[in-house]
Design a protein around this ligand. Structure first.
Ligand SMILES: [Zn+2]
Length: 321
């Protein structure tokens, strides 16, 4: 049987990850390098190209390559592969014709999407959302990303921001400036750095820079740590209640490093979701993500694997430009 593969790359403000992804959901040869943000967008593009060239060398001869998929922070026009806007984490990234540039350099089909969409796509096809028709994926980490699957398809919306759950206005976030430049969004109270900073403010302990420390203190009975996680989880739960009332999905998939800190964050989240949702959607399944950091890579690969018509037979590493 001939295998069919894609290369998936996940581009963030701190690291670039890559892997080869098979049609059956294998994510192999994962490699991570630091994003050379200080050296400008051209250097970031060169780093991506190097990662892809290395990944091309991992593909089995005789199989098929569907193309390259890129998951990136920022708003992306998926159809054209152009980055429309990006935060300060990726300076010079906005306006990049990412698909066209990389196709020109590598000679393979290239597809680009926002990282929240790629994360949702990976979990939907290969992870916690397998077989579901309608699902919301929320990834809580340094920021809060998300993706929306309706009728089995990623929905990107009229201006390419569907699923941007982190930028929904939220309780407790008034006056706080968000990474997007807006004010009062849930990311400013429920992301990892937001809760860590709040703990530092309230506890007066300036040395805490990692949410896992806050979570450990909460588990040991520290009331400030407990309250900070409960407020963040509760605020995000209320945002999710509004979304499940509106969309009535079968499941909410909770992903990202913050979701892994445990019940001091997740229980208040579920409680507030259930309290504020209508009776039907309050019973929505809240599922832990299954793929971890492999989800956006799997989703990036799927962007290429779900297209047909540009497959190329893999003959050897010398065939690629
Ligand atoms: Zn925002």
């Amino acid at each position: 049987v001939t295998g069919r593969w894609a290369i998936g790359v996940d581009v963030g403000g701190s690291k670039i990850a890559s892997a080869v992804v098979s049609e059956d959901g294998l994510v192999e040869g994962r490699r991570v390098v630091a994003t050379p943000v200080g050296q400008g967008a051209a250097a970031v593009l060169a780093a991506i190209t190097r990662q892809v060239r290395d990944a091309l060398g991992l593909l089995p001869r005789g199989d098929l390559l569907a193309g390259l998929g890129i998951s990136t922070g920022g708003a992306v026009d998926h159809a054209s592969g152009i980055v429309l806007s990006a935060t300060d984490l990726l300076p010079g990234w906005a306006g990049r014709e990412l698909a066209a540039d990389l196709r020109h350099q590598l000679g393979v089909a290239v597809y680009v999407d926002n990282d929240g969409n790629a994360h949702a796509l990976g979990e939907h096809r290969f992870g916690a959302g397998r077989g579901l028709r309608d699902m919301l994926c929320v990834a809580v980490g340094t920021g809060i990303g998300g993706g929306l699957v309706l009728d089995g398809r990623i929905r990107r919306g009229a201006s390419h921001t569907a699923g941007e759950i982190g930028h929904v206005p939220a309780v407790g976030a008034q006056e706080r400036t968000c990474s997007c430049g807006g004010v009062g969004h849930v990311e400013t109270v429920a992301s990892g750095p937001a809760m860590t900073a709040r703990y530092r403010d309230l506890s007066g302990d300036p040395d805490v820079t990692d949410l896992r420390v806050v979570a450990r203190r909460a588990d040991e009975g520290d009331p400030i740590a407990t309250a900070v996680l409960a407020d963040g989880g509760g605020s995000l739960g209320q945002v999710l209640a509004g979304l499940v009332n509106t969309l009535d999905p079968q499941a909410v998939v909770l992903a990202g490093g913050v979701a892994d800190v445990g019940e001091k964050f997740c229980v208040p989240l579920r409680d507030s979701l259930q309290t504020s949702a209508l009776p039907g959607p309050s019973r929505v399944a809240v599922l832990p993500a299954q793929l971890g950091g492999a989800a956006p890579l799997a989703g990036a690969g799927l962007l290429a694997l779900e297209r047909h018509g540009e497959d190329r037979r893999i003959e050897g590493v010398d065939q690629w430009q």
